[in-house]
Design a protein around this ligand. Sequence first.
Ligand code: ZN
Length: 428
Amino acid sequence: MPHFLTTVRSKEDLETIQLKGLQWTCRHAYEGSPFYRKRFDDAGIGLEDIRSLEDLQRLPFTTAADLQEQYPWPLRSVPFEKIVRIHASSGTTGKRKVMVYTAKDIDDWADMFARCYATAGLSRADRVQICVGYGVWTAGVGFQLGCERFGAMAVPVGPGNIDMQMQFLVDFQPTVLCATASMALLLAEEVDKRGLGNKVAVKKVIFGAERSTDAMRSKIRELFGAEHTFDIPGLTEAYGPGTGLDCQLHQGIHYWADYYILEVLNPETLAPVRNGEVGEMVYTTLRKEGAPLIRYRSRDLTRLISGDCPCGSLFPRHDRILGRSDDMFIVRGVNIYPGHVDEILAAEKGIGSEYQIHLDRKEDGKDYMTVLVERASDGDPLADEPLSRKIERDLRKELLVSGAVKIVRYGSLPRTDRKTKRVFDNRD
Ligand code: ZN
């Protein structure tokens, strides 16, 4: 069995790895990073205070604002001679988050990502067309690194370039496609439009970097004739994509708890959420040298899934990324995150995969939410009225706030090969 699969033998073993990794990380960060040393000293915490995994909760948090303040080398805990690469987030506002990597960090990331491909059930005979961005961000190089470590054949195309993508899908017969969900949908619709359905061999689609809706996933499977879609979570601050993957039973994302500890906390109170409740993902890395994370608030929202997966994996699970705590919006005093709207719409019949949420404040001073939903490609416009009333009822029941639903023509909402913007807040 390849080494990247065999590191954890039991739950006790995992806890031992985590405690050792936590103690190592605290020492490494304290000794190597003036930022962390000051944080520990200010909080009055000494290295000898970290005796059990529960002691993690005594440690101070790290935030995106901390990273920005330390630009360009936030959290750096090793001398520059040990750094072999940098990556940066594609953030559009403020300064980019730049992370430094040692040779061991790159090696660990490749192992984690190779484990993802193994979890998706790939073999070395698989061919992997990688349609995510290459460059300073972590996506392309991460997918490729993992593919090569795993031993499958990488076809590095990057995003866009639709004609080339179509040609490669037919000529090289890739069995696995890696793309953002928006890009995968675009490619699937193009395959359909060009009548290439019988000529492509894609069996598995792995989504990175963006939340995908159930409707998008099933449309992509249908148009490609694929068997599985997977969601790969990932965050530049924690290596990049590849920190976990759902197994072929799709009952949650197994995450690599031998590389990091994941806490799910209420973003307002920073206390652990109740079992199964949605909260913010907070990362503490266990082996990361260049820029270790200690209780790093990612702003990504998910929930932990309790119990054992029937697949037998010892790795714990979290749900898909359900949005960003920054994307969470408040309508009439109710917290709403787009992922929740995804889930509700996914259960509706007669609609397409795309939707938009518009928020307005009217003269009466009240907030109004309007949800634009695409009719299914074969939907009947005469059914719009009862359909929109039904979705309005379902949204009200689930979100505890009312909104108007407007059905629009299939294909009328924008498709992009990048992240799809879904919430338009027009309130001042
Ligand atoms: Zn599983």
